[in-house]
Design a protein around this ligand. Structure first.
Ligand code: AMP
Length: 282
């Protein structure tokens, strides 16, 4: 496994690989790997000839007062895990490499950028869309892997790929959870033991929502109210949003009539956690 820090060198490697007819896969990350990240890499390794992953804590997607400075960084551990899996290249640029002085260009996905997480984190999806576009242009993969844990992000990336004619296959991968249901996240490291117990209410509320839909409930209001009461009955929880919405445009729905996204974001202590599920109604 090679660790590459410069854009120039990274480009060179994938340019050669393309000439050799290799299929290039790409997994962008902010590092501090858990099984969620590793599941994307494993899938990539199965499917492509050269798997590139990136580790870059992207400053432009963090708002003022958010956790950019204290976001967990575990590069040595990450290297070890990636190399044991069989990743070929880690692209590990520094901030100046990606955003040199006089950097001016940003990518904005209109309309869906200010819904759900975008409403409480203005500028977040602009930062994500910009860095992913840049990374795609540097690595030029055939396939890129993203987790459904960040469902709205996955949809934003599918939109960029389609709207900007990138010709990259975007592969969405299921949410990996701890055995007690907590969706894996680098931010789980912020939780104290007691907060972690409260955090289980997120997946519990989604499971309850799924059960309600399964037993015939179609009212978004009643589902949200039930979810809210499960989460609010735990200490340390502060709900940012619970949404029952269209899974492409993120417009709220009153009644569940077709494929619907149920998504939430909750602050627990210092951690802002997100989780979601899709419900299908025939
Ligand atoms: P991050 O390092 O948090 O930016 O995540 C990098 C990639 O891993 C994104 O595509 C995430 O959606 C994905 N990911 C993060 N957590 C999980 C999880 N629990 N299950 C599946 N994918 C995940």
């Amino acid at each position: 496994m090679r660790i590459v820090e410069s854009i120039h060198e990274m480009r060179d490697i994938t340019k050669r690989a393309r000439i050799e007819g290799k299929i290039i896969g790409f997994v962008p990350t902010m590092g501090s790997f858990h099984e969620g990240h590793l599941s994307l890499m494993k899938r990539g390794i199965e499917e492509v000839d050269l798997l590139v992953i990136s580790i870059f804590v992207n400053p432009t997607q963090f708002g003022q007062g958010e956790d950019y400075d204290r976001y967990p960084r575990n590069i040595d551990e990450d290297n070890k895990k990636a190399s044991e899996l069989g990743v070929d290249i880690i692209f590990y640029p520094n901030v100046e490499e990606i955003y040199p002085d006089n950097y001016h260009t940003f990518v904005t996905v209109e309309k869906i950028n200010n819904k759900l997480c975008g409403a409480s984190r203005p500028g977040f999806f602009k930062g994500v869309a910009t860095v992913v576009t840049k990374l795609f242009n540097i690595v030029r993969p055939h396939k890129a892997y993203f987790g459904e844990k960040d469902y709205q992000q996955l949809v934003v990336i599918r939109r960029i790929e389609k709207d900007l004619n990138m010709d990259i296959k975007i592969v969405g991968m299921p949410i990996i959870r701890e055995s007690d249901g907590l969706a894996m996240s680098s931010r789980n490291l912020y939780l104290t033991d007691k907060e972690r117990i409260s955090a289980l209410s997120l997946s519990r509320s989604l499971n309850k929502a799924k059960k309600m839909v399964h037993s015939g409930e179609r009212s978004a209001e009643r589902i949200i109210s039930e979810m809210r009461s499960i989460i609010e009955s735990e200490r340390f929880t502060e709900i940012d949003y619970i949404a029952v919405c269209d899974p492409e445009e993120f417009d709220d729905v009153d009644e569940i009539k077709k494929r619907t996204l149920i998504a939430l974001a909750v602050m627990i202590g210092k951690a802002r956690l997100i989780d979601n599920c899709i419900v299908e109604v025939k």
